[in-house]
Each structure stands twice: as C-alpha cells, then as structure tokens.
Design a protein around this ligand. Structure first.
Ligand code: CP
Length: 310
C-alpha cells in the first residue's frame, strides 16, 4: 500500500490486516511509556485545511507513539491566508521531505491530487463529501472489539448521508466485513443510487429495532447550501436517536462532533449503549497501524540494491 486515499481500494484482507495491527498497538497504549521506535527518523506532516479535533489529535499522537517526527500545519494562520494554493503549499512543505502527509480538506478528491505532487505517502483524513477512510477503519476496529466480528451484523447509518464522507467510507468498510448495512433518513438527505454501494435504504426509523448497531451521523450544516430539512426540530422529531428509540441490546456510534439535541439526544450520548469514546480511543491505534503499514512496510524496508561490481 503506497497511500490510503479511500476504503474503495481496500479489500477485506487489507482491512483485517490493519485492524489486527491496531490490536497489537493497543498494548502499547496501555503501557506507562506509550512509545515504540518503529518510525524513528521518519516525518509525518499533518496538513489540515478544515477544523478537526479527533482526527488531528489522534494522528499526532499516533505518529509520536511510533517515534516519528511530526509537523502540524493548519491552513488558518498560514500563507494560505495570503493566497497560496494547495499545490504550492504542498510543494513548499514537501521540501522538508516528509515521509507521510495526512491531508484533510473540504474538497473531494484533494488527497488524490496531493499524491500526484509529492513522493510522500498520503493519508486521506477526510476530503469533502468523498471519504474518511481512517474513520471507517477505527469504526470496524471498535465493532470488532465489541462484537467479535461484523459478519451478519445489522448496522443502520442514520441521518445526513448526503453530505457525509463517513457514511460512504463506512458503508464500503462495513459491507466488506460482512455486515448488512441500512441507511435511513429523510429523502433529501439520502443520495439517489446509494444502494449501489451495497446498502438498503429506509426513509423512517420504524424498523430501527432490527439494528444491532445504530450509527448516527452529524447534521453537516456547513456543507448544506439550501434547506434540506424543513427545520432541525422537525428533523429531530423524526430521526433523532433518543433513549426512547434505542433498545438496551443496541450499540450506538457517532463519528463526532455530536450536535446534542439534533441527531442524538443528550441522554442517548450518555447512555451505556454509546461507544463514542471507544471510537475516539480506537482512532489512535488504528492510525498507528495505518502509518506503520505505509512507512514501515515496503517503502521503509525496501532493500537498497547492492552496487554492481564489474
Ligand atoms: N470524526 C472526525 O473526523 O472528527 P474531527 O472532525 O473532530 O476530526
């Protein structure tokens, strides 16, 4: 694997390999000194053009726990504010010779573009509405720890599917791992043809009781350019996951950040069914596994050919 741009490029074996590596790294996170020398001397550049709490902090922690050097770049406060383009920013920072660049942008396809401009391994940390592959991997990891596996598990992804890169990556990852995925929400927030990704579609929560896992999505108001729902109050009355709608046997997931009182009630966020904090915890070990896969695999240990003696 040279880059991680999307779940689309990962088969089940690749997902299982990363999740198994993350399980091995979980042991490191339980130690008093949470560090291994696996990526000593390597450099990871975090290039964030969009707000982030979970992804940015966990990639930084992951790189540091692997003993890599880390450079954090946020577009706000940088020369981007003076008009520097994404390409020129990447070319400028590539002069520092990073081994990996973790990229988050509001533009679909930007991570793939960045991979054409530098020899560093690129990790897509979220590109607009397209994909968020490490979120999907950490969600698979979290469910595997809770349920032992995803084969035959019914997962309902509820809410703003239309604007969600998490939904796209998770539908792909969950179905590849053998789960049965249903997406549910108002028709305006469910993209036409989403079934081609291998999921079912529902426009109400009447059958939510069938789900083993309820995965709520954030209402992405920053990506909405028109009124997609009549009002948030009406949305919440039909699609909010509340303690009343959740059964004690179901697991509740959310990628964060949560709009309390919109897609989730405060009671549901704080319920014993919620595994939201476990998802955040999984983010570090799964991102360690991704960086390790990219930098300690073929790239790092590719043998340097012996000089040919005449
Ligand atoms: N889930 C997620 O990507 O969260 P952040 O935007 O805080 O990184």
């Amino acid at each position: 694997m040279n880059h991680l741009l999307s779940i689309e490029e990962l088969d089940r074996d690749a997902i299982e390999r990363i999740v198994s590596q993350a399980q091995r790294f979980a042991e490191v996170s339980d130690r008093e000194i949470k560090k291994v020398p696996a990526l000593r001397g390597r450099m990871v550049l975090n290039l964030f053009y969009e707000a982030s709490t979970r992804t940015r902090s966990s990639f930084e922690l992951a790189a540091k726990r692997l003993s890599a050097d880390v450079v954090n770049f946020a577009a706000s406060g940088s020369s981007v504010e003076k008009g520097e383009s994404l390409k020129d920013t990447v070319l400028t920072l590539a002069a520092h010779k990073p081994d990996a660049i973790v990229v988050r942008t509001p533009w679909a396809g930007a991570a793939e573009l960045v991979s054409r401009w530098t020899s560093a391994a690129i990790v897509n940390a979220g590109d607009g509405k397209h994909e968020h592959p490490t979120q999907a991997l950490l969600d698979v990891y979290t469910l595997q720890r809770r349920l032992g596996g995803l084969d035959g598990v019914s997962i309902w992804i509820v809410g703003d599917v239309a604007h969600s890169r998490v939904a796209r990556s998770n539908i792909l990852a969950f179905t590849r791992m053998g789960a049965r995925v249903t997406v549910a929400g108002p028709p305006t927030l469910i993209p036409r043809g989403i079934e081609t990704l291998g999921c079912e579609v529902r426009y109400s929560l009447a059958d939510l009781g069938q789900a083993d896992v309820v995965y709520a999505l954030r209402m992405q108001r920053e990506r909405m350019s028109e009124a997609w729902v009549p009002s948030l109050r009406e949305y919440a009355s039909c699609f909010q996951i509340s303690a009343r709608r959740l059964s004690p046997r179901q697991l509740l997931m959310h990628p964060g950040p949560v709009n309390r009182g919109v897609e989730l009630s405060g009671e549901a966020v704080d319920s014993p069914q919620a595994v939201i904090a476990e998802q955040v915890e999984a983010g570090v070990v799964v991102r360690m596994a991704v960086l390790y896969e990219l930098l300690a695999g073929a790239r790092a240990f590719r043998p340097v050919p012996e000089p040919q003696l005449a």
